[in-house]
Design a protein around this ligand. Sequence first.
Ligand SMILES: Nc1ncnc2c1ncn2[C@@H]1O[C@H](COP(=O)(O)OP(=O)(O)O)[C@@H](O)[C@H]1O
Ligand SMILES: [Mg+2]
Length: 366
Amino acid sequence: MAEGATLPDHGAALAPLRALVLALAEPVMLVSADGVVRIANPAADEVFATPMTGAQVRAHLRQPDVAAMIERALAPDGAAGDIHRALMVVGSANAETTWQISARRMGPGAGIDATVISLHDISHMEAAEAQRRDFIANVSHELRSPLTVLAGFIETLQDAAQDDAAARAQFLAIMARETQRMTGLVADLLSLSRLEGEERIRPRALVSPVAVLRATVAALKPRITAAGVVMDWNLPDDLPAVIGDHDQLVQVFHNLLENALRYGAGGGRIALGAQVQARFPGMDGPVVRMSVTDQGEGIDPIHIPRLTERFYRVDRARSREKDGTGLGLSIVKHIVNRHRGRLLICSTPGAGSSFDVVLPCADTPL
Ligand SMILES: Nc1ncnc2c1ncn2[C@@H]1O[C@H](COP(=O)(O)OP(=O)(O)O)[C@@H](O)[C@H]1O
Ligand SMILES: [Mg+2]
């Protein structure tokens, strides 16, 4: 078929299509059988960083899978209606976009023989998939270490240590600790999955910040005593209520105080505080800002943005030795998000760390 016959009258046939393509938010191009782009919308021009109208599409879609897909889509014997797809990755290593490119030849009703090429940004799906894979790898790894220890000691107990009561008692103690570690990990994983499920459901109860802090300290009393830490309280008398979920907020401060005891007890003092602030950037109305401050070794600023990632620890061996799971701060972050609050982490290496939770004030008193 001659070129003229393929596209009988560009101008007239393309005019209504042009208006439609230009109105689409996603990158779309209309390509004639010879591979020339007849219409490209601004989103498409932006992806290829050049005006695409009039360009030869093959010159711009050169990744082998994509090029092969375009050839199939433009093949003279190809059927109208068939959808051809390929993935195209553009950008640098730290800002990559993954596009799914689809090409479909228009049916006879269109009045012209042309193929519609559209691009769909699936980067977020790719990122979510990569995160899921990392998560599973991390969980498997975290469970495998205690299981390896347990398997080793079971074997030893079965042969060598069978008649050695002292060794047996020592091994059983280690096994109990490893089992405890796995139980803690599973409990944290269940907490996380429950929180992810209800993150959009905002809690509605009126909660006393002071009651939350007191319940937290009561639960950790033995560990506070064991660490020999002095607790300082900075609480005004007339603190308003916050809107929240009491038990989840106790979970937040349990994690923060536990961390202060684990990693910041060297400073000898831990302060718990709460204060009202008339406003806080990005939040409506007054807030209560609650804080856990230690005078321990602090955290290097490079780690701070990543602390709430699942399984992120500054010092993995140290966290494990203190029975940490690496999930505490990600649980904190989820709960604070569910409360539409903010988590602020400030730390000066050598001087200590402060973890602040900012929560919306309730309009009515408790
Ligand atoms: N108060 C603190 N002082 C110093 N480092 C801290 C403090 N709180 C948390 N961290 C660091 O953040 C990491 C992540 O904390 P978290 O998610 O609670 O995990 P875990 O306590 O199980 O290790 C810890 O491993 C530790 O390196
Ligand atoms: Mg922790």
